[in-house]
Ligand binder design. Sequence first.
Ligand code: HAM
Length: 418
Amino acid sequence: MRDLLGDDAARRRAFDSAFVTVVGAAGYEQIVPPILEDIGVFSRIGEATDVVSKEMYDFVDRGGRHVALRPEQTASVCRAFVEHRPSLPYKAWYSGPNFRYEKPQRGRQRQFDQVGVEVLGTDDPYADVEVIAIGWDFLTSLGLADVDLVLNSLGDPEDRRRFSEAVGEHLRAHVGELSEQSRETLERNPLRVLDSKRAEDAPIIAGAPRIEEFWSPEAAEHFAAVRDGLDRIGVPWRLDGGLVRGLDYYRRTTFEFRSGALDSAQNALGGGGRYDGLVEDLGGPATPGIGFAIGVERTLIACDVESVFPGPAGGVEVFVVDTTGGSEALALSTELRRAGRSVDRGFGGRSMKAQMKAADRSGAELALIIGEDEAASDTVTARFLRGVRPQEQWPRAETAARVAAALAESKPPEMTES
Ligand code: HAM
């Protein structure tokens, strides 16, 4: 778990607003589910998954309820859908923290943020395409170029069940050749072995049954429409029959956005898929659903590696230095803030030198200085902190207008679109 201060927090906010721009343009509305829910909401993610069986932050509260910090938000959105029954299709986006008791490492924390979308109430393959395209366009909008969209279909539940059985049978026949970790995974969830990146598992995985042999005609047709849709709008994808994902609720379309800039153990920036049975499992009517979540920290690491999305430049426009006791700074900073400027000031009656240092650190372009002389002549001294413009003396009453003019001049001219 980490603290975010200053520039990191500002970048986190900018990340959210970049996401809101993309999802807002596609008609998604925000949902803010609680961070804590009844454990039953999350058990539906799959008792056989690590997320539920090993990583949940769960406890009994003072009222004797067994609750958990959410490990993800899809189940919460479905639970909220069952409770509130919004009109269909329900298209929602979210952003916020999740908790998993994993082994912390670069790109893997115990508290991590996700942004995501869910679409409930349609099994139209173009809804799958829309969701995937939103994830893709968002990552691209950050400036990321080294991202791969990996695509698979797990078929319908019966297809998936038969596939899982066949994979289990195949793996058990080669259990002696599997890595120790994969032997353990095989006991709980044979499909997850297909995700193994260990060299000794590779030849056995390569010989495993292939999912496409198990697709029902309907599932195959649905998946073909998804791929055609992605082609139509120019979203490049790569098929990977081994993509099974770590949560149990998936059926039909599954996908992951992988970054070439990260180690292979943590290279999934985000992922998602269809979960047509989940709303029903949570006590609602049969309702198809699809969505994705993107890991914020991991995506920002990929941005660092690719040197994109640096986040906004912090700081204020103006810093007021007052060596006469501080009440001039109070009046002037308030006046300028009310006029729409960003302004900071020194406190504690510190020396001119100390206040000028603070002005420098604040990122301001302009220091407005009020000493005894300025106070007596009802003026301020404007010192330009970036560039070579010499300092000026302004009448106190004109300060707001002079600040506006000076800042407008120092900004590069707006680019006009041709
Ligand atoms: P997930 O694959 O478990 O899917 O998580 C999505 C993303 O969250 C991952 O690709 C990763 O970037 C990030 N993430 C997961 N665990 C951690 C961690 N411990 N530290 C840092 N980042 C992490 C889901 O959560 C599904 N709810 C996605 C979904 C939405 N499926 C359908 N709708």
